[in-house]
Design a protein around this ligand. Structure first.
Ligand code: GAP
Length: 456
């Protein structure tokens, strides 16, 4: 991570319209609208072949830096459905609501917290100027039913925030592993919300994925750990973007704090949508474990093994979105630019994705497809590299077109097999961002690439 933080901020480029990224995502197989042949479902998406690679890399990098590199953090994977009482204890049944107003004229609905202040004060629709109605509360939890027999079916909810499983499994983790306070539990998992105004592609969906750390501490150490994780998470995002100046902290005002939070900071990223939340750092105090103790009747207090002090641990939460990371990274990486080498006149579309996150790490390209020796050498090299990283083989169209195709999906390295290769076993390695080319011996190539595309 530190090595990446030292990279200079990218040159200032215009903020990318979401439509550009939506079009690229569909064209190149990153993201598709869900159930498209039936007309689609608002706020729900599927991930295509490249999308799933990028997503897995993003997840793995998070897990590596949060769980693998911290001795006092372990991971779990909880179910999407839980006992319905969980959502009463968590406060979501009562408090997880959006306040909406409807225009009497055009019938459009608006979240009151998303309306410009003057529109709400004057009860004036921002769309048609019509009269806005009285606010109504809509609960965001998605209901589902367990069981098949009518009358015996139990109503419950798909989890509205993934982190609840961590509190439910907290006691089991304590008893089954050797962790002691202070320690953390991480999870990556789906969450479901009946968002009333889903939109802006992956930004606000109804089914999405979150990554959470819940870090359990003695109350006297809360501030210290809150500060640690706040900084750690900021640096983490800082390390994976090119436009460093588009990242900032924003403290929550008292009236926007979630029902469980005593203090909160958002890590925000600036896109064409303005400054928007990417991850929340929340001071959850003893809210969750106290409420679950109260509602379940199970004592979730902790006894310090040395001092024998008994207390409910306080919690620092860091909670971000996998999909929002996916979207922000595409928006951060997308650029339409003149060919940097000046060799080609066309504008090229390039994704300046961090090489360790890029879905394809290397493309192997024979200079010509009608020269058998070039093709055989390229295919053999491709098979070798494929065992180490995601590698593509491409022989279709001229070399310039093939470079362009790889630039557009963010492949950091293209390796060309040419006639010199047949003489001295060297290949040309072309770097995506600068388009600079270097000759390297084939024997050295795997290590050369691995050093540049694996986690640091
Ligand atoms: N456990 C705390 C919690 O769920 P949150 O701020 O509601 O807090 C955390 O969500 C993160 O999940 C957000 O910062 C955002 O990245 C992501 N997120 C929330 N709602 C989302 C939605 N409807 N679509 C996509 N991502 C969402």
């Amino acid at each position: 991570m530190t090595q990446l933080e030292e990279q200079p901020t990218a040159k200032e480029t215009p903020l990318v319209p979401i439509e550009k990224v939506v079009a690229l995502s569909k064209r190149r197989g990153f993201v598709y609208p869900n159930s498209e042949i039936y007309g689609g479902v608002a706020g729900i998406y599927d991930f295509g072949p490249l999308g799933v690679e990028l997503r897995n890399n993003i997840r793995r990098y998070w897990w590596w830096s949060m769980v693998q590199l911290h001795d006092n953090v372990v991971g779990i994977e909880g179910a999407n459905i839980t006992h319905p009482r969980v959502w009463e204890a968590s406060g979501h049944v009562e408090n997880f609501v959006d306040r909406l107003t409807e225009c009497a004229n055009c019938k459009r609905r608006f979240r009151i917290d998303h309306l410009p202040e003057e529109n709400w004060e004057q009860k004036k629709c921002p769309n048609c100027g019509g009269k806005l109605g009285e606010p109504r509360n809509f609960n965001l939890l998605m209901e589902t039913y367990l069981g098949v027999v009518e009358g015996e079916r139990m109503k419950t909810y798909l989890r509205g925030e993934a982190c609840q499983n961590i509190y439910l499994d907290y006691d089991n983790v304590l008893k089954s592993s050797r962790v002691q306070v202070p320690f953390g539990i991480c999870q990556i998992g789906k969450a479901y919300r009946n968002e009333v105004t889903p939109g802006n592609f992956l930004f606000r969906q109804r089914e999405f994925e979150q990554w959470d750390l819940q870090f359990f501490v003695h109350p006297s150490e809360m501030q210290q750990w809150f500060d640690y994780w706040k900084e750690f998470r900021f640096n983490w995002y800082h390390s994976i973007i090119t436009h460093k100046d588009r990242l900032r902290f924003r403290p929550h005002a008292a009236d926007e704090l979630a029902h469980y939070a005593k203090q909160a900071f958002d890590i925000e990223y600036r896109t064409i949508l303005g400054w928007q939340e990417w991850e929340g750092i929340h001071w959850r105090q003893d809210w969750d474990l106290s409420r679950h103790s109260q509602y379940s009747g199970q004592d979730l207090s902790y006894t310090d093994p040395i001092t024998k002090e008994r207390y409910i641990p306080w919690i620092v939460e860091t909670s971000g979105g996998v999909d929002r990371t996916f979207l922000n990274l595409l928006l951060d990486a997308y650029e339409e630019e003149p060919d940097p080498s000046g060799r080609e006149s066309e504008t090229r579309t390039v994704l300046h994705l961090n090489p360790m996150l890029a879905p394809v790490k290397v493309a192997v390209l024979p200079l010509q497809k009608n020269k058998e020796e070039l093709v055989t050498t390229a295919k053999t090299l491709h098979k070798k590299l494929q065992r180490l990283m995601v590698a593509q083989y491409d022989e279709v169209q001229n070399i310039g077109r093939r470079y362009r195709r790889q630039d557009e999906i963010g492949t950091p390295y293209c390796v060309t097999i040419d006639f010199t290769t047949l003489e001295d076993q060297t290949v040309t390695v072309r770097e995506r961002d600068t388009t600079a080319q270097t000759r390297i011996h084939m024997e050295e190539l795997p290590m050369y690439l691995l050093e540049r595309v694996t986690w640091k």
